[in-house]
Design a protein around this ligand. Structure first.
Ligand SMILES: Nc1ncnc2c1ncn2[C@@H]1O[C@H](COP(=O)(O)OP(=O)(O)O)[C@@H](O)[C@H]1O
Ligand SMILES: [Mg+2]
Length: 269
């Protein structure tokens, strides 16, 4: 067994791990179960020695470095949900064990699948978010990429939103390919922000970036006319705030033009 607790007392960590055994997980993915308590979240996972699916991390050196960086970023006021510590229980190849985190505030920005019961309310909530929350979301993306931390934009559930705390980044479990020596060049963080900074928007059919999020014909038909008009209105407000935040964070119009060669936003021509 390997235990490493960076920012949580070992007794507290062990107590939380024991508690998961008497409780139902709130979420279960393919490789993980997530348990939430008042202030903490515990992730039970089978692949703690794998970073971003493919990079083996047998001695957990990458994980330790990731944790240090996340804790430093949180100190600096970046809205990351860090890893407080971990325990690897079995001496198996992939690493079966637990990861401890603070519990993110609020709830998922959106659900991973378009859920029509919640999409209008969730979109209205994001549309009403203050510009300052968007600015911090974009600066967070840039600083995370500057630090070679991978943000998983393939899931909208990897971003939490809270009316007071704003956007928070969760599911930060790996570095970028560049860090692992899988690509030669480090991407420009502001260019990546131009592409992915519109994540709080709904995307339109035909988007080449994150096409699984596109509002296709079935999605549009399911909404009905009034709801559709509301969604387009709110999505435009979100788009405008994202754009303002990008410009304030040094992303150029040219970089956004480049992004819009493959990105289509719902209701925006
Ligand atoms: N720290 C946390 N606070 C609150 N909820 C969390 C936390 N971590 C995970 N969750 C919940 O569990 C889900 C899956 O966790 P995540 O870290 O995204 O793992 P996966 O790699 O399975 O996507 C999240 O979308 C969220 O709903
Ligand atoms: Mg996730």
């Amino acid at each position: 067994m390997i235990e490493k607790y960076f920012a949580i007392a070992p007794e507290k960590a062990r107590e939380l791990i024991e508690k998961t055994k008497k409780q139902k997980p709130v979420k279960h993915g393919i490789d993980s179960h997530v348990y939430v308590f008042d202030e903490y979240a515990v992730l039970a996972a089978r692949n703690l020695k794998l970073r971003n699916i493919a990079t083996q991390d047998d001695d957990l050196a990458y994980l330790d470095e990731l944790i240090q960086t996340l804790l430093e970023l949180r100190e600096q006021g970046v809205s990351v949900v860090p890893i407080l510590g971990y325990r690897v229980d079995k001496d198996d190849e992939d690493g079966t064990g637990y990861v401890l985190q603070p519990r993110a505030k609020g709830s998922e920005m959106y659900d991973d699948e378009n859920v029509y019961e919640t999409i209008l309310l969730k979109t209205a909530r994001i549309a009403a978010a203050p510009q300052a929350h968007f600015n911090k979301f974009i600066s967070g993306i840039i600083v995370l990429f500057d630090n070679d931390i991978l943000i998983d934009f393939y899931g909208k559930s990897n971003f939490f939103y809270d009316d007071d705390a704003g956007f928070q980044f969760i599911d930060l479990k790996a570095h970028t390919d560049y860090k692992y020596g899988l690509t030669e060049q480090k991407f420009d963080s502001t260019l990546l922000a131009a592409y992915y900074g519109f994540a709080p928007c709904h995307f339109a059919a035909g988007t080449k970036l994150l096409p699984h999020f596109a509002m296709d014909e079935t999605a549009v038909a399911a909404l009905g006319e009034t709801a559709l008009a509301q969604l387009i209105h709110d999505n435009k407000a979100i788009y405008d705030k994202c754009k303002t935040a990008l410009l304030r964070n040094g992303v150029t119009e040219e970089q956004m033009r480049q992004a819009f060669e493959i990105l289509k936003i719902f209701g925006i021509d």
